[in-house]
Every structure is written in structure tokens, then in C-alpha cells.
Write a new protein. Structure first.
Length: 68
């Protein structure tokens, strides 16, 4: 798979209820809060060199997501 470019460079945010602790599908252990209504993938919140903690491999070559 040749993915990973977005979550290696940008914040990946979404509605808080998409976490699996609120009936969603995204593992809450791989997220962090942004606002009371938004979460982001862990590691993508910093403005300087964000990198999703769920991303393994090399972006653009063999990038894939780790699910717990």
C-alpha cells in the first residue's frame, strides 16, 4: 500500500464519537483530544513534525496503519 502521506504531515482530526469508547470504530488508545468535540490521531496534534502513532512503514512506499 502506498499511503501515509497525510497522517505523517498533517493533523488527522474527527468527531469525538468516532472513538471506539463512544460506539465508533477508531481505537481510542490511538487518539488524543483536540477540543471537547474533536479528537485527533495520537501524534498528529503537534504543529512541528506531526506523525501518527498508528502509522508504520515508510509513507509513499509501504505505509500502513497499526490497529490495537
Amino acid at each position: 500500500m502506498t499511503c501515509g502521506a497525510c497522517c505523517a504531515y498533517f493533523r488527522v482530526s474527527f468527531y469525538w464519537a468516532e472513538g471506539d469508547d463512544a460506539s465508533g470504530r477508531v481505537p481510542a488508545s490511538l487518539t488524543e483530544p483536540v477540543t471537547p468535540f474533536l479528537r485527533c490521531m495520537a501524534g498528529t496534534k503537534p504543529k512541528n513534525k506531526p506523525h501518527c502513532k498508528a502509522l508504520i512503514g515508510t509513507p509513499g512506499e509501504n505505509g500502513q496503519l497499526r490497529y490495537l
